[in-house]
Ligand binder design. Sequence first.
Ligand code: BYC
Length: 480
Amino acid sequence: MDIINVDYSTKIPNNVNLAEDRQVLKALEGWHPGYLDWWNDMGPEGFQESLVYLRTAVSVDPKGWAKFDYVRMPEYRWGILLAPQDPDRKVNFGQHLGEKAWQEVPGEYRAMLRRLVVVQGDTEPASVEQQRHLGKTAPSLYDMRNLFQVNVEEGRHLWAMVYLLQKYFGRDGREEADELLRRRSGDADAPRMLGAFNEATPDWLSFFMFTYFTDRDGKMQLEALAQSGFDPLSRTCRFMLTEEAHHMFVGETGVTRVIQRTCEAMKQAGINDPNNIEAVRKLGVIDLPTIQKKANMHFSLTLDLFGNEISTNAANAFHAGLKGRYREDRLKDDHQLESGTYPVLRLIDGKIQNEEVPALSALNMRLRDDYVVDANVGVGRWNKVIESFGIPFQIKLPHVAFHRHIGEFASVMTDVEGNILTDAEWNKRRGEFLPSDDDRVFIESLMQPQFEPAKFASWIAPPKVGIDNKPGEFEYVKIA
Ligand code: BYC
């Protein structure tokens, strides 16, 4: 079996020798029609017959793994792809440090591992559901193609988790795989598991913010799971991370292009005051303070995805060798954390302050800290664009206590600097920090489709380069 190149001769492309794994092949083939029903019901609305210029993974070789071609989305070849196996790989953290990595699920950790796989799996279809209406208002064919690329790959990531469930968790794994197709983002009776995945993605600025901030949580969680002592999970996540990079690229460059267009329009009109919102909006672009409010919203919702700052679940998963820290293999310490401490920002006597807590229980906090550092890098690049126009404005990430629903700060309301507010103050000032109804109505008014090749909606600049180096006039989606 060629583990680098993917076998496309079977119904389910894979590099895990499915052809000889009859039972799992049968289970996956049984699940496949339900997946296609889900895709047709809940996937991108209205463009299922269109030809989309998509990349498909044909190999797991980091040097060259994708091929580009026109595909109708329902005919996309969703496959099972794991990064190559390292036969000498060891568990590199927790109480089993130094043991041979597991090729089967250790019995005592079955439930914990299954839960991690199910939570991860649940987010993938959720994001497709959240974004299903966006095709109709795409600001260009280039952007539409990127949306659909992200969507088909989130679909593939669901396949990745379903493979693990069906191969390694027997009957309850198969039941969980079915449940992943049953829950729906935002549904009152059967919602998705994590909060941010039940929020709407109403417009394209939200989509870019989501792919910047929330897909980046995906990156952090996948990096932590890629460290897992359970080798099939590690290999699965490592290949998913290769695809995930493009999703964050879509987010980062999407927001950059919105900012770029706003600044250009302001300059042309001779407006230098970013807070002259009415005048800026008349130019058909999104004012910088509203972009800031969208960032506040998506950043704060995403922080909730890291769970409680102090978590025994996280401690247990680390101790067991199932979920490591961000890039555990590059850290220099004992990788067991039985003694050390870690500073956690907490609400103590009504004040937000740091407290040293046992490092093992602070792993969610630590991953979140790593996330904030990572998220700040792109924000710096956004600010460089604003600076290059000489406009006095900076996008800033809000305080981690702002607008939280999970963890230490769920019980308080703060401003974006982290000053605690009374309910009355919060209600009065909410619209300063988060998009108001007026902001939403304005952004919605801009969401006019632009489906002509090489053309872009008024509120977004063209990209610097095309996908797969295609020229500006390339028809990324042939709308049926
Ligand atoms: N919403 O001990 P705690 C992605 C629950 S994104 C609702 O702090 P733990 C993607 C929690 O389940 C990455 N409930 O939890 C991005 C627990 O319930 P139980 C997705 C929440 O386990 C864009 C209880 O509260 N992957 O891939 O340490 C597009 C106690 O909490 C929430 C993963 O998350 C919440 N936000 O941490 C597409 C990786 N937070 O068990 C895709 C796998 C906590 O007591 N998941 N709760 O009933 C995990 O590692 C962990 O489950 C969590 C939570 C980080 C989510």
